[in-house]
Write a protein that binds this ligand. Structure first.
Ligand SMILES: [Zn+2]
Ligand SMILES: [Zn+2]
Length: 320
């Protein structure tokens, strides 16, 4: 029996620089099964796509912005406004480079006495992390790392670390019933009961699992971020141009679809999703980017607005 997926990634905007009806500007919503909601970039149109999904802006816990270019941040004022109008009281965390932190606190005056909710702004600098959630030994952490664009820019990874799952059958075989001391067992690896000493390895059904996704934002295919995206289950990479425009890509601090594929290969990603697609590739023309990427990295998808990628499934331990 499957417990379904761990998390889903929904592409709210997959275009670059200027919006088209087909592709709004960058925004990626990541939601997991326990209710965490993280928005990566907040381009123009993000609110409309959220409305199409039936997702309230107020359900978002963390907004992580890659860099100061308008196509990645112009949706933020409207989003904060809607959270205010919606009567949000829960705090919001924004992770962004210093330029955006200034924009949020000074230009938008995103302060508790004005909005009715607290806005914690964390300035991304170098490499860093934020623990988004910790529940019963499972954790979700957001990591940021520098990428190579025309201005200071960061990529983000989200990493779920799931605790080992206990096997009830193995407990029963030992003649004990799980109780409140289980937490000790999970944290310390063993627990003493009145009549028996239980070691974690004796009752483990599934060892701990790490699931990671990464988003580069706008970047040239430099070496700086390869270690940070290594082992991603899903890698969402800048793929603004086809390689016939490699010179233009370099000049503008972007990647071609072929370069995105090479990075996915180098970093050992499982799935590559091409995004930040130039508006010059309309309709089926954009498939040229996909075809080019698949020649290097076969497990590639071309993003489109409202496309959904699920992570998982998590396996369930059958009782027999
Ligand atoms: Zn951009
Ligand atoms: Zn940019």
């Amino acid at each position: 029996m499957s417990l379904g997926y761990l998390a889903e990634v929904v592409f709210l905007g997959t275009g670059a620089t200027v919006p088209t009806l087909e592709r709004f500007l960058p925004g990626i919503l990541v939601r997991d099964r326990i209710g965490d909601a993280i928005l990566l970039d907040s381009g123009e149109g993000v609110q409309l796509r959220l409305a199409q999904l039936g997702v309230s802006p107020s359900s978002i816990d963390v907004i992580a912005v890659t860099h100061e270019h308008g196509d990645h941040v112009n949706g933020l004022p409207g989003l904060l406004q809607s959270m205010y109008v919606g009567g949000r009281s829960r705090g919001l965390t924004i992770v962004a480079p210093a330029s955006i932190a200034w924009f949020v606190s000074e230009a938008l005056e995103a302060k508790e006495d004005r909005l009715g909710f607290k806005v914690d702004v964390i300035v991304a600098k170098g490499r860093g992390s934020l623990e988004v959630n910790r529940a019963s030994g499972d954790t979700l952490t957001l990591y940021w790392f520098p990428v190579c664009h025309t201005v200071e820019a960061y990529g983000y990874s989200l990493e779920w670390k799931l605790r080992p799952r206990i096997s009830l059958e193995k407990f029963e075989a030992l003649g004990v019933k799980p109780g409140p001391w289980l937490r000790d067992l999970l944290e310390r690896g063993e627990a003493s009961l009145e009549s028996i000493r239980v070691k974690l390895e004796d009752v483990i059904g599934r060892s701990g699992v790490t699931v990671k996704i990464s988003y580069t934002g706008d970047t040239s295919p430099c070496d700086d971020y390869v270690e940070s995206i290594r082992g991603s289950r899903v890698l969402i990479h800048d793929s603004t141009f086809h390689s016939e425009l490699e010179v233009e890509a370099r000049g503008k601090g972007h990647s071609t679809s072929k370069e995105a594929a090479e990075k996915a290969l180098e970093a050992g990603a499982k799935l590559l999703v091409l995004t930040h697609i130039s508006s010059r590739y309309r309709g089926f023309e954009a498939r040229r980017l996909l075809e080019e990427s698949r020649k290097v990295f076969s497990n590639t998808l071309l993003s489109r607005d409202l496309m959904r990628v699920t992570l998982g499934p998590l396996e369930h331990h059958p009782r027999s």
